[in-house]
Write a protein that binds this ligand. Structure first.
Ligand SMILES: C[S@@+](CC[C@H](N)C(=O)[O-])C[C@H]1O[C@@H](n2cnc3c(N)ncnc32)[C@H](O)[C@@H]1O
Length: 285
């Protein structure tokens, strides 16, 4: 059941916004930031498109003993905040892949502005059909992308295929909670047709079914809930910041953010961070 062309287009259309790069550059200028002297931290409110932002990326990365020898693939890399962070902070060489051509272009533009183009590059493509040879990467990294992908067996099998034997996969994802159906729109989908959440138990079963060894498994829902509460309280007090994910998602971002918090408060979504290892040898094809 590989993602149909129509579904892939619907997901890409959800994230695409015409003139995204100039919209962000204009917002940076309005916030008093010179795009010609951009610093990584200037982009953090925009290029870390997941609950917890840059802090969540660093917390997961610090558990991985990363170094300059590591070839990393970031699946569903978005605007590239995490991929650049892994290169800058830990010296890794990172490839990002994303279904949105526009996100790949904007991610490449920011990477050049930050002088990281020797270490980080982006490919337009699908996580379900990764354009890489078997065993190409030491580490796979993915945050908040699987929610748009229905074919989980194919997704995790592709990840396993491109990972070296003994290589690790780090996942930080939104999963289905026990509180019932999600309220839409949410930041990953305006309607249920492109939202495909599975439960933590199902995720674990997919990974273990492919022979992955679970090295770490953490439910971070409560942390994410607190982070989101603080964000919405700040927005209620001070209004929307100039720089934020509304620049990516447009006018209905406010409702998406309200629903995201409501879904967290009502236990409709859960957050899991896990690090798993592809066994050095295994009978799974
Ligand atoms: C919520 S964003 C997260 C982006 C990034 N991982 C981050 O945390 O900043 C989800 C991303 O997953 C990408 N995506 C969704 N389905 C995909 C697929 N089948 N293949 C590759 N990327 C996909 C979307 O285009 C989008 O950029």
């Amino acid at each position: 059941m590989i993602q149909s062309g129509a579904e892939a287009n619907a997901v890409a259309a959800h994230y695409s916004r015409r003139d995204l790069e100039s919209t962000i550059l204009d917002a940076l200028v309005a916030a008093g930031i010179d795009p010609e002297r951009l610093r990584a931290e200037d982009l953090a409110p925009i290029d870390e498109f997941h609950i917890g932002g840059r802090k969540a990326t660093l917390e997961l990365a610090r558990q991985l003993d990363l170094d300059a020898t590591q070839q990393v693939l970031d699946i569903g890399s978005g605007l590239g905040g995490a991929s650049r962070c892994l290169a800058r902070e830990f010296g890794c060489r990172v490839t990002g892949i994303d279904l949105s051509q526009e996100y790949c272009q904007v991610a490449s533009g920011f990477t050049e502005r930050l002088g990281l183009q020797a270490a980080v590059s982006y490919r337009h493509g699908s996580a379900l059909d990764l354009p890489f040879a078997d065993a190409s990467f030491d580490l796979l990294w993915t945050q908040h992308a699987s929610m748009n992908i229905a074919d989980k067996p194919r997704l995790y099998a592709e990840m396993r295929r491109v990972l070296i034997p003994g290589g690790r996969l780090a996942i930080y994802d939104i999963l289905a909670g026990e509180g019932g159906n999600v309220h839409f729109p949410v930041p990953w989908a305006r309607e249920p047709g492109i939202s495909h959440l599975i439960s933590p138990q199902q995720l674990r079963a997919h990974l273990e079914g492919l022979g992955f060894e679970i090295l770490r498994w953490q439910d971070t829902t409560e942390q994410g809930r607190s982070w989101f509460r603080r964000l919405s309280e700040r927005t209620a007090r001070q209004g929307s910041p100039r720089l934020g994910l509304h620049l990516l998602l447009g006018a209905d971002f406010r409702l998406m953010a309200q629903n995201q918090l409501r879904n967290l408060e009502e236990g409709r979504i859960a957050l899991i961070e896990t690090i798993v290892r592809r066994p050095v040898s295994s009978s799974v094809a």
